[in-house]
Design a protein around this ligand. Structure first.
Ligand code: ADP
Length: 447
C-alpha cells in the first residue's frame, strides 16, 4: 500500500483535530454530537424560562414544569437515535462483540479492516496493519489509505450501502496488484433499527495477473510461430500459380521448401498438443513401472539416421541392471528424444554425444535415476541457462528454425519431469559443450 509518509500522517491527524475543534465547542467536546445539541437547546430554554420567571412573566412552578418537559423532549429522541448508530467507540467497547469480531478478523489471512459508517477504523487484522501501517483504530481510514481508488470506493459504499470492488497497483518494495472489496454489513441496533459497518477486504491479484500475462504471451508467440510458415506457404502457392507456373525446376525447389514449412507447422502443433496434454495431467503422478534402459536404446536407434547425417557418434554408458521409474512411456520417450536430438542438432560440431544412466543414492531420500546427455558442441552462455525451459525461448531463433526447432522442446521436458516428480539440471561451459540431466526418483518397488 502506498503508505503515507509520517509527515502526511501528522498532517492528517492535525486536520482531524482542527475539524474536531471547528465542530466542537471545547466545553462539550468530550460529549457525543447529538447530546451536545440537546444540551445547547436545554441551556437556551433554561435561560429563557429563568428570565421569564425572574421578570414575573411566568410563575416559577410553571417555569420549572416547562423546563422538565423540554428536558424530556430533548433527551428522549437523542437516546433513541443514538442507540441506532453504530460508532467505532460503541462497537469497539462492546464487551461481548469486540473480542469476537477482533478474533475473527485476526484469523483471516487477507488484509481486512472493519469501519463504522463514518469511515473510522473499528478493527483491523495484522495483515491489514502490514499492508497499511498508518491505519489506526478510531481514526478515519481515508487518511491512511490515500490511493484515490480506495477512497472513492469507500465513499461510494458508505453513501449507497452497496458493495464496491476496485483493483489498484500497490507501490511497495515489490509492486502488487491488489483488489479491494468494500462490503456494507448490516448490523441490528438496540431499538430494532439497522445500521451499517463497512468491511474492507484486500486480495493480492498479482499471481493471477502474471498467469494472465503469460497466457497472452503464449497465445501471441504460438500464433506468430504458426503464421510464419503459413505466410511462406501461401507466398509459394502464389508463385507457383503465377510466374513459376511453367518452370519445372523452380516448382521442384518451391515444393521442397513448402514441404519443410508444412512439416514445421505439423511439429509445432504436435508440440503444443503434447504440452497441453502434459499440463492437463500435471497433478496425476504416473504409476506404471518402466525400465528406462530399453527406452534409451530405442530413442538412440531411432536417431541414428540424424546422427549419421550430422556426422555425430552417439555413445552410451548404461548399467546392466534395470533402471525402474514410475512413469508414462510415451512422455519418457518424448523427453529422451528431445534431449538427445538437441545434442545432435546444437552440439553437432563436437562430433560426439554421450548418453549415461546412473543411480545416485541420497542420504535420507529416495535414490535418483539420472539420465545424462552430454555433447561437445559450442555450449550455452550462462545468461541463457535459467530461461531455456521457457516456452519459445531460444538462444538463436534463426539457428533453431534452421534445425526445425519449435522452441517448445525443453519446456515439454521440464513439464514431463515435473509430472514424474523429477528435475532437470543444465550445465554448460561455453565452447566445451552442454550436459542435460533428467533426474527421476527411483520407483518404490525397485528401492
Ligand atoms: P528448439 O525447438 O529450438 O530446439 P528447445 O526448447 O528444445 O527448442 O531448446 C531451446 C533452445 O536451447 C534451443 O533453441 C537452443 O538454442 C538451446 N539448446 C538446447 N539444447 C542445446 C544444446 N545441447 N547445446 C546448445 N544449445 C542448446
Amino acid at each position: 500500500m502506498a503508505t503515507p509518509a509520517p509527515d502526511d500522517v501528522t498532517a492528517a491527524q492535525q486536520i482531524a483535530a482542527q475539524l474536531a475543534q471547528r465542530d466542537g465547542l471545547s466545553l462539550f467536546s468530550f460529549w457525543p454530537d447529538r447530546l451536545r445539541h440537546s444540551a445547547l437547546i436545554l441551556l437556551v430554554a433554561g435561560l429563557v424560562l429563568a428570565a421569564l420567571a425572574v421578570f414575573g412573566e411566568l410563575p416559577a412552578a410553571r417555569a420549572v414544569a416547562a423546563f422538565v418537559c423540554i428536558v424530556c423532549a430533548a433527551l428522549v429522541p437523542w437516546r433513541l437515535h443514538n442507540s441506532d448508530i453504530i460508532t467505532s467507540e460503541a462497537l469497539a467497547s462492546d464487551p461481548v462483540q469486540a473480542p469476537a469480531v477482533s478474533a475473527i478478523l485476526t484469523g483471516l489471512p487477507d488484509p481486512t479492516v472493519l469501519l463504522d459508517r463514518a469511515g473510522r477504523v473499528i478493527h483491523l487484522n495484522p495483515a491489514a496493519a502490514q499492508l497499511a501501517p498508518a491505519l489506526r483504530t478510531n481514526e478515519p481510514a481515508q487518511f491512511a489509505l490515500r490511493s484515490p481508488e480506495i477512497v472513492t470506493a469507500l465513499r461510494e459504499a458508505i453513501a449507497t450501502a452497496e458493495p464496491r470492488r476496485v483493483t489498484f497497483l500497490d507501490h511497495g518494495p515489490v509492486d502488487r496488484w491488489m483488489e479491494l472489496i468494500v462490503t456494507p454489513v448490516a448490523v441490528p441496533t438496540a431499538f430494532g433499527g439497522r445500521d451499517y459497518c463497512m468491511l474492507m477486504t484486500f486480495h493480492d491479484q498479482t499471481p493471477l495477473r502474471r498467469v494472465e500475462e503469460m497466457r497472452a504471451d503464449f497465445v501471441a508467440n504460438a500464433s506468430h510461430e504458426l503464421r510464419t510458415p503459413l505466410a511462406a506457404l501461401s507466398g509459394f502457392i502464389d508463385t507457383l500459380q503465377g510466374p513459376a507456373r511453367d518452370d519445372p525446376k523452380a516448382r521442384e525447389r518451391f515444393l521442397g521448401i513448402m514441404h519443410a514449412q508444412a512439416t514445421r507447422m505439423a511439429r509445432l502443433i504436435d508440440d503444443l498438443l503434447s504440452l497441453s496434454r502434459v499440463e492437463l495431467s500435471a497433478h496425476v503422478r504416473p504409476s506404471t513401472q518402466i525400465d528406462l534402459l530399453p527406452l534409451i536404446r530405442q530413442v538412440v536407434d531411432g536417431l541414428e539416421v540424424l546422427a549419421t547425417e550430422r556426422q555425430v557418434k552417439i555413445e552410451t554408458e548404461l548399467p546392466e541392471q534395470p533402471a525402474i521409474v514410475a512413469g508414462d512411456r510415451e512422455e519418457l520417450l518424448r523427453l529422451l528424444e528431445n534431449l538427445i536430438e538437441n545434442a545432435l542438432k546444437y552440439g553437432a560440431s563436437g562430433g560426439r554425444v554421450i548418453v549415461t544412466l546412473a543411480t545416485v543414492a541420497a542420504a535420507d531420500a529416495v535414490p535418483e535415476i539420472q539420465v545424462r546427455v552430454r555433447d561437445f558442441g559450442p555450449g550455452i552462455a550462462p545468461e541463457h541457462l535459467p530461461r531455456l525451459t521457457e516456452r519459445f525461448y531460444r538462444v538463436d531463433v534463426g539457428d533453431s528454425r534452421a534445425q526445425g526447432g519449435t522452441g517448445l522442446g525443453l519446456a515439454l521436458v521440464k513439464h514431463i519431469l515435473n509430472r514424474h516428480g523429477g528435475r532437470l539440471l543444465i550445465e554448460s561451459v561455453p565452447q566445451h559443450g552442454a550436459t542435460f540431466t533428467a533426474a527421476f526418483p527411483q520407483a518404490k518397488s525397485a528401492t
